[in-house]
Design a protein around this ligand. Structure first.
Ligand code: GRA
Length: 383
C-alpha cells in the first residue's frame, strides 16, 4: 500500500489548485451572488485537460485516471463547488459514451466535451422519479431514423445551457427497467423547452427542466441496445457519484480552512478563539471526518484505476464526504458566528453548497441503503 501521490498526480493537483485560486476564486463570491454561469471557465478547464483524466488521448483526454479526476475535482470544489458540477457534466456523458458507445459515437461525442466546446449534461431525474430511477416516464418511440422523446426531466444540471448530453427514456414500458434505453442527444433540435429553476446553492451551475414534445434523437445516437438503459444509468451514476464525493471533500476542506484561519485571528475574552476547547473540539472533528472521507474517496478512485468494481466503495465515499462537508460547513458557521452567517464571507456559500451533496447523485439515504443492503446480503453493490 502506498499513500504517496506520484509526481505526475502531484503536478496535476497543483495545476488545478493554482487555476482554482487564480482564475475561479477572485470572482467566486460575485458569480455566486449574480448566479453567473461561466462558459469561459468551462472552456479554460477543458483547455487544461481537467475533464480528460478518465478518457484516453485518442478522444481528447489524458488517460491519467480516476485519482487524477478526484484530485482535480477536490481542488476546484474547494474554491467554488458550483464549478465542480461543471466538471461532472462534461465527464459523466463522455465516460458513458466511452464505456457503451460505438467507435463512431466516441469520435463524434467525446472530444467536444473534453475541450468544453460543447456543454454537457445527463438527464435522468423526473418529477416522480428521483431516488427511484426505474419510475421515470419519458418515452422514446422509434419513427424512421429517429426516436421521438416525450416527457420531461427536472432538476437537470446545465439544462438551461447544455448543447448535448445523455438522456434516459423508456423504449418499452411493459418491460419495467429492462425497457429503458440510453441516448446521446443534441439539444439544439426542435421539440425541446427549457425552464430554469432556482436553488439554495450551486448558483453558478444552472439547473432546470427539459420538456420534450416529439423531440428527435437519431437511432444512431442510442447507446447500447434497446433495454440497456437502466444498467447504463447505474454504471454512469457510479462514476459521477465519485466526482460528487470529491466535490464534497473540497467543500469540507474549504470550511475547515476558513474555521482554522478565523480561530487564529479572532480574539474574544482576551484570547484567540482557537484557545477555547469547544472550538478545538469542532476543528478536530472537522479534520477527522475530512481525512476519513479523503481516504475513502482515494480508495474508490484507486479501485477504478485498477479496473476493479467499486460501487460499494463509491457509495461509502460519497456518503462520508457529503456528511463531512455538511458537518464542516455547520461547524465553520458556528465558529465564525455572524461572520459566517453574513453574505460578505464565503462560509454561508459553503453551507448552502454543502447541502447539495446530501441530495444529488443518490441522496445520503440512498447511499446508506446501498451500503446496508450489501452488508445484509439483500442486494450486492458490486456486481
Ligand atoms: O436483475 P436485473 O437484470 O433486472 O438487474 C437489476 C440489477 O442487477 C436491475 O439493475 C441492475 N443494477 C445494476 N447493474 C449494474 C442495479 N444496480 C446496478 C449497478 N450498480 N450496476 C434493477 O436493480 P434494482 O436493484 O432492483 O434497482 P432499483 O431498486 O430500481 O434501484 C436501485 C437504486 C435505488 C440504487 C437506484 O435507483 C439509484 O441509484 N437511485 C438513485 C438515483 C440517483 O442517484 N440519481 C441521481 C440523479 S443525477 C444527479 O443527481 C445529478 C447531480 C449532478 C452533480 O452534482 O454532479
Amino acid at each position: 500500500m502506498d499513500f504517496e501521490l506520484s509526481e505526475e498526480l502531484t503536478a496535476v493537483r497543483d495545476l488545478a489548485r493554482e487555476f482554482a485560486e487564480k482564475e475561479i476564486a477572485p470572482t467566486a463570491a460575485r458569480d455566486d451572488r449574480e448566479k453567473n454561469f461561466r462558459p469561459d471557465l468551462v472552456r479554460k478547464m477543458g483547455e487544461l485537460g481537467f475533464y480528460g483524466s478518465v478518457i484516453p488521448e485518442t478522444y481528447g483526454g489524458s488517460g491519467l485516471g480516476f485519482l487524477a479526476m478526484v484530485l482535480i475535482t477536490e481542488e476546484i470544489a474547494r474554491v467554488h463547488s458550483a464549478m465542480r458540477v461543471a466538471i461532472n457534466m462534461q465527464i459523466g456523458p463522455a465516460m458513458t459514451v466511452l464505456q457503451f458507445g460505438t467507435e463512431d459515437q466516441k469520435k463524434k461525442f467525446i472530444p467536444p466535451l473534453m475541450s468544453g466546446e460543447k456543454i454537457g449534461c445527463f438527464a435522468i431525474t423526473e418529477a416522480d422519479a428521483g431516488s427511484d430511477v426505474a419510475a421515470l416516464r419519458t418515452t422514446a418511440t422509434k419513427n424512421g431514423d429517429n426516436y421521438l422523446l416525450n416527457g420531461s426531466k427536472i432538476f437537470i444540471s446545465n439544462a438551461p445551457v447544455t448543447d448535448s448530453g445523455l438522456v434516459y427514456a423508456y423504449t418499452d414500458r411493459s418491460q419495467k427497467h429492462r425497457g429503458m434505453s440510453a441516448f446521446f442527444a443534441d439539444w439544439k433540435q426542435p421539440g425541446l423547452t427549457r425552464k430554469p429553476l432556482e436553488t439554495l446553492g450551486a448558483h453558478c451551475s444552472p439547473l432546470g427542466e427539459l420538456i420534450f414534445d416529439s423531440f428527435p434523437v437519431p437511432v444512431a445516437n442510442r447507446l447500447g441496445n434497446e433495454g440497456d438503459g437502466f444498467k447504463i444509468c447505474m454504471w454512469q451514476l457510479n462514476q459521477t457519484r465519485l466526482n460528487c464525493a470529491a466535490g464534497a471533500l473540497g467543500v469540507a476542506r474549504a470550511a475547515k480552512e476558513a474555521a482554522v484561519d478565523y480561530c487564529n485571528q479572532r480574539v474574544q475574552f482576551g484570547q484567540k478563539i482557537g484557545e477555547f476547547q469547544m472550538n478545538q473540539d469542532m476543528i478536530a472533528q472537522m479534520i477527522v471526518h475530512e481525512e476519513a472521507a479523503r481516504l475513502l474517496v482515494y480508495r474508490a478512485a484507486w479501485l477504478g484505476d485498477q479496473k476493479k468494481p467499486n460501487n460499494l466503495e463509491t457509495s461509502i465515499a460519497k456518503y462520508t464526504a457529503a456528511e463531512s462537508a455538511n458537518f464542516a460547513a455547520d461547524a465553520a458557521m458556528k465558529i465564525l458566528g455572524a461572520y459566517g452567517y453574513s453574505t460578505e464571507f464565503p462560509v454561508e456559500r459553503y453551507y448552502r453548497d454543502a447541502k447539495s451533496y446530501q441530495i444529488v447523485e443518490g441522496s445520503s439515504n440512498v447511499q446508506k441503503m446501498i451500503i446496508a443492503q450489501d452488508a445484509l446480503g439483500y442486494r450486492k453493490a458490486n456486481r
